[in-house]
Design a protein around this ligand. Structure first.
Ligand code: ZN
Length: 146
């Protein structure tokens, strides 16, 4: 339990209480809803892509500390990246969160590497990322972790 408490503390301090880009984008090029029924996390993700660059990304929703912190950190990292770069970061993040193995250049996302030890929490952490990936691919149906 100590590991989990430590993980929560770090996440909550960094992003849960003060999430970044927690807002809507009025003229979003893609808006996708995501749902993690296992925990009850809900997210609406907005992206604004222009000339193949994710110029803006934001989210709204409610959920546990991990889902919210993960979404918050994600927006800060993805903003300004090309669609291709964003997809690559998603793949690296997905590997890290499911195996604990990091490519070493995940920056602030490293804080989430410990989540792989808690399989039920992995879905909380990946919800916003799967939702982002679908938004990048232009898939606008509900994204679910189940
Ligand atoms: Zn959750």
């Amino acid at each position: 339990m100590d590991d989990l408490r430590e993980l929560y503390q770090q996440l909550i301090l960094d992003h849960n209480q003060n999430p970044q880009n927690f807002r809507t984008i009025e003229h979003a090029t893609s808006t996708v809803n995501g749902h993690n029924p296992l925990c009850g996390d809900e997210i609406t993700l907005y992206i604004y892509v222009e000339d193949d660059v994710v110029n803006d990304v934001s989210f709204q929703g409610s959920g546990c500390a991990i889902s919210k912190a993960s979404a918050s950190i994600m927006t800060t990292i993805i903003k300004g990246k090309t669609v291709r770069e964003a997809e690559k970061i998603f793949e690296q993040f997905h590997t890290m969160i499911t195996t604990g193995e990091s490519s070493g250049n995940m920056g602030k996302l490293e804080v989430l590497a410990g989540v792989h030890k808690f399989p039920a929490r992995v879905k909380c952490a990946v919800l916003s990322w799967h939702t982002l990936n679908n938004a990048l691919l232009g898939k606008t149906e509900l994204t679910t972790t189940e």
